[in-house]
Ligand binder design. Sequence first.
Ligand code: PEP
Length: 266
Amino acid sequence: MLPKAWDNGVMKNRKPLMAANWKMNLSLDEAGDLLNRVKKAEIDFNRVDVLVAPPFTSLQLAKKLLTGTSILIAAQNMHWEAKGAFTGEISPLMLKEVGCTHVILGHSERRTLFFETSEVVNGKVSAAIEAGLIPIVCIGETLEEREEERTLDIIRSQLNESLKTSCQQRSLPECVILAYEPVWSIGTGRTATSEQAQKVHLFVRRWLRENFDHDSGDTIRILYGGSVRPDNIRELMLQSGIDGALIGGASLRADSFLSIISFYES
Ligand code: PEP
């Protein structure tokens, strides 16, 4: 078993978070089955936070099954307005009503498939904070950008634009979560090496310290996402800059998600 300071001697004060992004997967029956299995598992919530982000249609079920547990519920997207004529959209207040405490914003699939810009993400981040939802803000470079050695420039500009309002106010709530997800690694089976991920995570933390006060620079959690599996989570979590994971494919089965959650036991 890994010791309490399980990060190669560098004490992490940030509690790890394992977040499941189901994307557009699982029927209501499948969702209920998976949630019940995770709920029944023995998870040491003193050592890890656990969150699930089902599709909108399963949020109510998640609330019903998870109320009274320590498992957190997130939505995968939202609109920035509280209500109104926005056909097909869901507001922050509606998400709160169905038990969400968190919302994933700026996922690369939203950015590329639905043309969501960092400007839009910034509006959503502000609306989430205003409504009392915790945003999980995703950033990450494409393969082309990495090969052109532009990774850190892209990450900096996504952070500057996606958190523009917070930067202008020089204030970011400590509960906000960032997720570094290299686009070339999402759903491809190709994980960033722990060194590649660590380099970006340390860069993001430096950016946080430059833009916000020392406390939020130190306390904000930065997750890694991109083909995280039971066999690579431990190595990733050994990096001092990595505070948890955003998990897609491997979160759709109870055995693999639970194995990732209990990374600290291996
Ligand atoms: C994701 O969608 O956020 C993700 C990281 O997916 P996967 O784990 O399947 O690569």
